[in-house]
Design a protein around this ligand. Sequence first.
Ligand SMILES: [Zn+2]
Length: 62
Amino acid sequence: MKIQCRFCNQKFKTDDQVVLNEINTILHLDCPDPSNFKYIDEGSFQEIILRNPYFGDFVTKQ
Ligand SMILES: [Zn+2]
């Protein structure tokens, strides 16, 4: 499972600053976000995936 930013199409690096929105989409903090979903978490990409069990599969494959 690859996670990439749907707005700039770049793969996330562990120290990228990102936000997680309420539909479990991760995007860069700096990327323009045309959707109006609420942000439920914010931090480095690594912090976000470690904090959110939803992304567990991704973590174990790294
Ligand atoms: Zn991006």
